[in-house]
Design a protein around this ligand. Sequence first.
Ligand code: GLY
Length: 528
Amino acid sequence: MVVSAQHLASAAGLRMLRRGGNAIDAAVAIGYALAVVDPCCGNLGGGGFMTIHMADGRNLFLDFRETAPRRASPGMFLDARGRVVPGRSLRSWLAVGVPGTVKGLDAALARLGSLPRAEVMQPAITLARRGFALQPGDVAILRDSAGLLASHQPAASIFLDHGRVPRPGWVLRQPQLARTLQRIAAEGDRGFYAGPVARALARASRRGGGLLDLADLRDYRVQWGRPLQCGYRGYTVLTPPPPGSGVVVCEALRVLQAYPLARWGWGSVRATHVIAEAERHAFADRNTLLGDPAFVADPLHRLLSPSHIEAIRAAILPDRATPSSQVHGGVVVREGRHTTHYSVLDAAGNAVDVTYTINTLFGTGLMAGDTGFLLNNEMDDFTSKPGVPNLYGLVQGSANAIAPGKRPLSSMCPSIVLRHGKPFMLTGSPGGSTIISTTLETMLDVMDFGMNAQQAADAPRMHMQWEPDRIDVEPGYLDPATASALRRMGYTLRQRAPWGAAEVIVVGARGIEGANDRRRPAGAAMGY
Ligand code: GLY
C-alpha cells in the first residue's frame, strides 16, 4: 500500500512494489516523483525525515534535514541595529539551507533498498521529461504562489504558461529537472553534491549574496539513528527524535493514556479539554527546550519521565482551561505550512514513513542556473533572534539558534505505530506546527475512537500549540453545545480553514487500508 499527496507519485511507488521492490524502493521512487509532480513541496532542494520499521524488527530513523551553511551565524538575519530583516530568512539566497533530500533518498536506497537506482528513479525522470497534465488541484497550488513564481526566472518559465497560471490540462514539462535527475540516477549523490549541479548551486548562491558553497555540499551528511519510541495502550509509537517533533506526540500520548478518551467520545468536551491541555504542555516544552541534538542537550528523558507526565496531569484542571501564561516555557515555533508526507507498507511488513519539505510553498522560488529544482527556505525554521517574532510572527528559543552545520528544529513527524511488533498504522502530515497535532489526532482517532484509515484522515481536527492561547478547530470539529461548554471553561476557540493532509495506512481487521486526506484531492492511496 502506498499513500501520497499526488496520485502520479503514488503510482510510481506502487510500480516498484509490483515489480518486487520493497517499501524502501517505493519510498525512494515516490520521493523523486513528488519532486516532479508536487513541486510546491516535493523536492531535491530541501530535506526531511524517514521513519522505518523493517520486517526483521529493525527500527531506524533517517534524518536528511537541511543544515546551516558553514559560514552561517546566529545574527545573519539581523540588521546593524539587531532587528530582524523582514524576508531575509524566506526570500533570499541566505534563506537556503544545505539540501539533504538527494543524500537522504540515496542513503536509504543503498542501505535498505533492493532495486537499482536507475529503476526507482525512472518514473520521476519520465514524468519530468514527458510532462504530465495538471489537474485542478495542481493548478490551485500554482495559483496560490503565482506572485512568487512570476518574480523568479527560471521558475516562471517552468511553472507558468507565458507568465500566467496554467489551466487544468496544461502539460508541465521539466526537461532541466529531468537532466538533473538523470545525472543523479547515473552518478548517485555525487551527481548532486559535486560536479555541474553543485557548481551551479554554489555559483548562483555566491552571485545572489548567499552562503552556500561547494564545501557545504561536499560535507553534507545524513544522520542514521533510532526513532523515538513510546508506548500507548499496548501500541508502540515510532516517531522522530529532535530535530523532529515526535517528543510532543509521545509526551501528549503519555499524558492522555490516563484518560478514558474512548468512553468520553470523539469531539466531546472532556476529550477536547484533555487533548488541548496535553498539547499545550507538550508544545511549551518543545518550543522552549529543543534544538538539534548535535548542538544542544535535549532533555528527552526528563520530558517523557513518569514524574514530568504526572506533573502535567496534576496541572490539568478538571473543568477549566489553564492559561498558557501559567504554563512554563518561553516561546513558540510555528513553521511554514507547506510540506508533503507519504507512507508505504510492503507485503513483507516493511514500513516507511516520510515527510520532506522546502518549507514554504515553492520554497524561496529560487533555482540555480538550469538545474530545474527549487531551493528551500529552511533557514527560517531557525531562531532569527530569540524571543522576537519573525516575518510569520514566530517566536523561537535559543536552543534553536543558527550555527554552522546545525539542523533547524522541525515539526515534521512521520510516525509508525506497531502492535505486537508489527506495523499497525503509518501516519504523518504537512502543515507546520499542525503537523504534530494532526499526527497525534489521527493516532487517537484510530487507537481510541475506533475510526478506520479514511475516517481518521478526513476527520476534522483541533490544534493547540500553547501560544497563541487558543484552540484552533476545523469546520465540523465542534457542535455548538460543545463549543459553548469549552468557552465556559475558559477556552478561546477559533475556527480556521482546514489544514494539513494526513496520509494514513492502517492494518485493520479487513486488511490493509490506505487513505489519502480529502483535503489534498490530487493524492491517492494505491495498493494491490
Ligand atoms: N519547514 C517545516 C518544518 O520542518 O517543520
